[in-house]
Structures are given as structure tokens and as C-alpha cells.
Design a binder for this molecule. Structure first.
Ligand code: GLA
Ligand code: GLA
Length: 693
């Protein structure tokens, strides 16, 4: 935390003495007439809603013109909610600037890399670095903070909304100025910048800071380090904007915690949320399922990463959907039971609040086909009934509030620099997918029934028995040293193709790949050999590789070949290797194996690292196990990953909740229907990594 060092959670109006899981939605009463509000609070109470996010897109209603303000309606809604025992996560309303502002100051509008100015008429049409936007927005934040400073209903401040959702990359002159300032802070001298950007290449040497621009569309590919720095800068520019709003809120309302909703999910690449977490009192996240293979694993992966971004502390699920969204090519409704299963998976991974976009489905506007807690059909609907069922389930889960995720034996490293740099243009292949590779390892661990933590690269690794570093492409010397020390200390590391290739300036490590990890892995690679989109190669083990291959030369007698290529240009050469280092080891994977291909390799590695499933063999892989603990007891979340009924034995404990499942106190057997979840409380165990079966 920057200003306050103690992490803070919601300030519940009736104090902290009744632990409860936050439950609610974005609430947009300004889209509805006054009579509907009374109906809203009746239905909210009936469903068990205890918090709503208010005024997210209300700027034009609160400040209809530059010189007029209308708080009366907001006063009335907040009072109404408060009278009904519903707390408010009050937005600063700055997400979507009103038409009068963009008309009067078109210089707030973002500019694309081709120099086109984006028009108003949608939302989030503002430049993160615009001083004019900031002046108007901060005036609004100040007005709201002053007006509601003393209102007991306000449980938290919600800064803006999904910072960077539509406007992260802005190439305007404001952005150019701010980018230069950011570069001066980073490099101090032009010589240092010229070196870092490798400007000796293509006659790009800068002799004046004013010559430097964002990577706007040029005649050929932009400088790669310029691109990487612009991505870093764009994430930091939004973070800086977050700080500007937060500083006002902390000054005027020091007693009210501040959050903003992150978007930790596979489709959101531009924001380095690991570096944002300390800027808020508690982390909030939005997550939407995209139907595809591994979609449920992706949900678990994102919730897991969010928890680790939050340092293991409870976090707030600010948005997900009760059923279909409206922004995918085809928008599928959720299946019966799925919404509750999705919600409880977030809770399993540390969410102490479960909220939705949005409370009442809009009748007009771009999101009228997006599901909500109250659908167009109204109260008499399967969606609203499942919402009330979720409300009851969350009430039963009150005992888990405040507990943290129990650390896992395995870590998967997640690194935004590597995500950004490895997928740039001008690379060996366009087919490489950083997030997918990480997710494949996670899916394989789920399939083996082994709990894992998805952790930002900077975190301490010493407690993990096995660390997976997929495509850890950007490898500053210090990171390489940390990994080497981890293995020297007895840790087991596995890393993949295109890891350890460049330093923090995106300069290739020389002398053979993977530069600083060569000795640790005991291998040397001279050339990359990516595969064509539909091409695969066979491995001697029967597995197959796609996307990438290499001629892997073993350079150390302690390095054993685990599998070789059996077809393709490298037939007979090693594909997977493992170097023993004292009691530890360093494993290298030179091709994309996919989740199914990773599984047998992982079981071998887990066995040597002494890690096994905490579930019995027959259910490991069919059930996801997540454990939360408050130190006194543990909460075991058992989540059915399959479309079949699964019976789990050997898990006796007190049943806290069991939607779509059958479980009895004390009995050691639970039955999970498809989408079924059981939460049981048990004494603290030290079973980490020890099989019960
Ligand atoms: C985002 C936004 C919401 C809404 C949802 C729809 O998460 O924050 O305002 O648009 O998407 O899925
Ligand atoms: C052209 C250019 C070279 C180099 C090569 C790369 O031939 O003249 O400078 O960019 O393409 O293939």
C-alpha cells in the first residue's frame, strides 16, 4: 500500500461484526423511472443482495452541463439503498465523459496508431494522459467525495471503471509528451535510451528527446524496445490516473477504502496488474467466460492469479455474468448450475464478494442483450431464481470470509513483460501464445488433481516444490539468478521454448539460447525452428509437439534426455531434457505439448519433487480442489470439472454449502452433480502434497 500500510476491506455500514460475503451488482437506476427503484430494492432484499456499485456511467446525469450539478436523484437512491440495508460501492463516475465535454474539448479524445481520432458516442473515449480530461474528471471526483464523505452507506470507492477497457493505447500528442517524461525517468540520459532501444539499427539514433514518439504506424515495423516501453508506459499511465483519483478520495474521505475493477482474464493483455495491486485498498476483478475448450480452467486460472496479485488476501469479484454477454461473436447463455459454480470458483480462490454486471437488464442501449440478475423476463425467471439461490449459498459461506487461499506446492510464473515481448511482430512465429502456454500447464495440473498457484514473477518462490516458467521470455540477469538460486536450493524448475531469450531491454542474450539459463539447464540451442500452423512433430514418448521446435544440444553430463523428436527436421534430437542439480532439477521443454501432452511429463516431475494429489486417485482430475484457511481451520472447495456425477470419498468434515451436490456432515463421501460444488470445513492439515489415496 502506498499511503496506508494496513490492507482494508469494505467498510460495512453496520460495522465488521457480521462477516458476510458481498453480493450484488452494478446498479444503474438512472436508466429507470422512480417506481422501478422500489421494485429493485424489494427484489434485492429478497435475493440477499447486500452491496451495489452505483453511478459508474452517471457523469452526464450528475453534471448535465459544465456548470450544473444534479445530486438529488443520487442522494435519493443512496438513502433508499441504505434504508434497506444495502451498502454502496460508489463509483467516481469518470468512466464515460458526457457529450458536452468532448464537444467543448475534443482534445480529450484518444488517437489511434494511425492517427485517427476516436469519436464520442460509445464510452471511455478519453486519453489517459490528457491534462484537460484529468482536470474535469478530478473536479467530479472531488464533488462526489465532498458530498458523500459522511454518508454511512458508502462501503468503498470504485475508481472509474475497468481502466484501459477501451482506451489503453492512445498515440496522441498528450501521450507523446507523457511517454517522453516516462522515458526520461527510466533512462535519465538519451545515451542510455539509445543503447536500450538499440537505435544503431535502421538509423534510429535520437539526438533530442523531442524526436521521440509513441510507436505510431510507420512504413516498417516499429522499434521493438520502443513498442515494449510504450506498452509498459501505457499500463503505468493508467496506474498514474488511478493514483490521481485515489489521492483525492483519501484526502477527503480517509475512512473509506478505495478500489478499482481489474480485468484479469485471458483476453486482457495491456495492464500489468501485479504492479497495480499496491495502489488500492483491496483488489477487485471482473471476469467473463469465453466459451471454448478450457474455458472453465481459464476462469480458475484467472481467479487464482487475481488472488496472488492480491498477495493472498481476499478480493472482490466486481463483475461477472449471470448468463450470456452481448460482446462475443455468439453469446451463449449459461447452463443450469453454471452461474453458481462459476461464482463459487471465484470464492474458492479468495473472492469475498460476488457481484455481477448488472442488476437489471437494460431495456435500451448497447448492452440490452447482456444478462443481468433481473432479466427482461422479470422476477419469474430461472435466472432470478438462481440468483436468489446463490444469495442463500453465499450467506451459508459467511464462515470463509477473511480466510486466505492456502499456498500450493506448485507455482506457475506469470510475467507481463514476457507476454508483451514474446508476442511482438518481427519474431520467429506469429503463432506463439503466451497465455495459452501458461494455461496448458495449469490445465495439466488440474487434470492431475494437484493444486497450483499462478503467481506474478516477482514473488518469493522458496516455498514451492515445483516452479513452472512457461515462455519466460524476458529474463533480466537478476531473474535468472533467482531461478538458479531456487534450483540450487533444491527446487525443481521447468521452463519452455523461447524462455531466457532477451534482457529487460529486449536485447538477445548471446552465445546460444537460452542465454542465462544455458548452464542451469545444461543445453544449448543455436536456432529456432517454428512449425507451420497445422504442422506437428512426433516425440518418442508418443506425445506430439506443435508451434515450435529446436535442435537441442545437451552440454552437461548431468542433463538427461526425457524425450526426443521422432519425426521432423530434428528427429533423433532431444525435445525434453532434465538436469539434476543436487536434490533439485531444471527441466527444458522445447516444443508446445498442449495440456494433454504436458500431463505425463508433469506426473514424472511432480513425483521427483515429492508432490502428489490431495485427492484420491479416482477423482483427481475430475474435481478441482481449492483450500482456504484462516489458520484455525480449512475450507475445502470441491468443484466438479466434468459433465458427469462424481463421488468423492475420504473428505470428512462439516458441510458449509453444497449447491448441486449431496453431502452430509461427518460422512466422508460427497456426490457432485455436473456444476456441483461442496465446501467443507476441516481442522488445519499439513497434507500439502501428500496423497490421501
Ligand atoms: C465490462 C464493463 C461493464 C459491462 C460489462 C459487460 O465488464 O465494466 O460496464 O460493459 O463489461 O460484459
Ligand atoms: C531487405 C532489406 C534488408 C533486410 C532484409 C531482411 O532485403 O534490404 O535491410 O531488411 O530485407 O530480409
Amino acid at each position: 500500500m502506498t499511503e496506508t500500510s494496513t490492507p482494508r476491506w469494505l467498510r460495512w455500514p453496520d460495522g465488521p461484526s457480521h462477516p458476510r460475503i458481498g453480493f450484488g451488482a452494478d446498479y444503474n437506476p438512472d436508466q429507470w423511472s422512480r417506481e422501478v427503484w422500489d421494485e429493485d430494492v424489494r427484489l434485492m432484499r429478497q435475493a440477499g443482495v447486500n452491496i451495489v456499485s452505483l453511478a459508474i456511467f452517471s457523469w452526464a446525469r450528475i453534471q448535465p452541463t459544465e456548470d450544473s450539478w444534479d445530486f438529488a436523484w443520487l442522494d435519493e437512491v443512496i438513502d433508499l439503498l441504505h434504508a434497506n440495508g444495502i451498502a454502496v460501492d460508489l463509483a467516481t463516475a469518470t468512466a464515460s465523459p458526457p457529450p458536452w465535454l468532448s464537444r467543448r474539448h475534443p482534445e480529450i479524445l484518444p488517437v489511434t496508431h494511425r492517427g485517427e481520432t476516436l469519436w464520442p458516442g460509445g464510452r471511455q473515449h478519453w486519453r489517459p494522459t490528457s491534462p484537460v480530461f484529468r482536470e474535469y474528471a478530478l473536479r467530479l471526483v472531488t464533488a462526489l467525495a465532498e458530498r458523500y464523505a459522511e454518508h454511512p452507506a458508502i462501503a468503498a470507492w470504485h475508481v472509474n471503471n475497468e481502466l484501459g477497457c477501451h482506451n489503453v493505447y492512445d498515440y496522441s500528442d498528450d501521450a507523446a509528451r507523457a511517454f517522453r517524461g516516462w522515458l526520461r525517468d527510466r533512462y535519465r540520459s538519451l545515451d542510455a535510451l539509445n543503447h536500450a532501444w538499440g537505435t544503431a539499427f535502421w538509423s534510429q539514433r535520437y539526438s533530442d528527446w523531442e524526436e521521440i514518439l509513441p510507436p505510431r504506424q510507420g512504413a516498417a515495423q516499429s522499434n521493438p524496445t520502443q513498442q515494449l516501453d510504450f506498452t509498459r508506459f501505457s499500463s503505468d499511465a493508467l496506474k498514474d490516473y488511478l493514483r490521481a483519483e485515489r489521492e483525492i478520495l483519501r484526502r477527503i474521505t480517509p475512512g473509506i477504502p478505495v478500489t478499482t475493477n481489474f480485468m484479469v482474464m485471458s483476453g486482457t493483455k495491456p495492464m500489468d496488474y501485479a504492479s497495480w495491486a499496491d495502489e488500492v485498498d483491496f483488489v477487485s476483478n471482473d471476469h467473463y467466460i469465453v466459451p471454448r475448450e478450457q474455458s472453465f480452467d481459464e476462469l480458475s486460472f484467472s481467479a487464482n492469479l487475481t488472488s496472488n496479485i492480491a498477495g493472498g488476501r481476499p478480493w472482490f469479484l466486481m463483475e461477472h455474468s449471470t448468463s450470456a454477454v452481448n460482446w462475443q461473436p455468439v453469446n451463449l447463455p449459461k447452463k443450469p448450475g453454471q452461474m453458481i459454480r462459476d461464482s463459487l470458483t471465484h470464492v474458492a480462490h479468495g473472492a469475498d464478494a460476488v457481484c455481477f454486471f448488472q442488476w437489471r437488464q437494460s431495456a435500451a442501449g448497447a448492452e440490452k442483450y447482456h444478462s443481468a440478475m433481473v432479466p427482461h423476463a422479470g422476477e419469474d425467471s430461472a435466472v432470478y431464481r438462481s440468483v436468489t439461490e446463490l444469495g442463500r449459498t453465499l450467506e451459508a459461506l459467511a464462515p470463509v470470509v477473511g480466510s486466505e487461499r492456502k499456498a500450493s506446492p506448485v507455482a506457475i510464473l506469470f510475467d507481463w513483460d514476457s507476454w508483451w515481448a514474446s508476442e511482438q511482430d518481427s519474431h520467429p512465429t506469429e503463432q506463439l501464445r503466451y497465455h495459452q502456454e501458461a494455461l496448458d500447464w495449469y490445465s495439466a495440473l488440474l487434470a492431475l488433481g494437484v493444486r497450483a498457484d499462478v503467481v506474478p514473477t516477482g514473488r518469493d518462490l522458496s516455498g514451492y516444490d515445483l516452479v513452472v516458467a512457461p515462455i519466460l521470455h524476458v529474463m533480466p540477469e537478476s531473474l535468472a539468478q533467482r531461478l538458479i538460486r531456487y534450483v540450487d536450493g533444491g527446487g525443481h524448475l521447468v521452463t519452455t521454448y523461447f524462455s531466457g531469450i532477451v534482457d529487460e531491454n529486449d536485447h538477445a542474450w548471446l552465445g546460444g539460447y537460452p542465454g542465462p539459463l544455458r548452464d542451469l539447464l545444461g543445453v544449448r540451442i543455436e536456432e529456432f525452428a517454428p512449425l507451420l500452423p497445422d504442422e506437428t512433430v512426433a516425440l518418442g514418448t508418443g506425445a506430439s509437439g506443435s508451434t515450435w521446435t529446436e535442435r537441442v544440444e545437451v552440454r552437461d553430463p548431468a542433463t538427461k534426455v526425457l524425450a526426443s523428436y521422432a519425426s521432423g527436421d530434428h528427429a533423433g534430437w532431444p525435445a525434453l531434457t532434465r538436469r539434476a542439480v543436487g536434490p533439485g532439477s531444471a527441466t527444458y521443454v522445447s516444443t508446445r505439448l498442449g495440456a494433454a501432452g504436458i500431463r505425463p511429463l508433469l506426473s514424472e516431475l511432480l513425483a521427483s519433487a515429492g508432490v502428489s494429489s490431495e485427492l484420491t486417485r479416482d477423482v483427481a482430475g475430475r474435481v478441482e480442489l481449492v483450500i482456504r484457511t484462516d489458520g484455525a481451520e480449512e475450507f475445502w472447495f470441491l468443484i466438479n470439472r466434468t459433465t458427469e456425477t462424481v463421488r468423492v470419498t475420504g473428505v470428512a468434515g462439516g458441510v458449509v454449502a453444497s449447491p448441486n451436490a449431496a453431502a452430509d456432515d461427518g460422512s466422508d463421501t460427497v456426490t457432485l452433480e455436473p456444476h456441483g460444488v461442496v465446501v467443507i470445513r476441516r481442522p488445519v492439515s499439513d497434507t500439502r502434497g501428500e496423497s490421501t489415496g
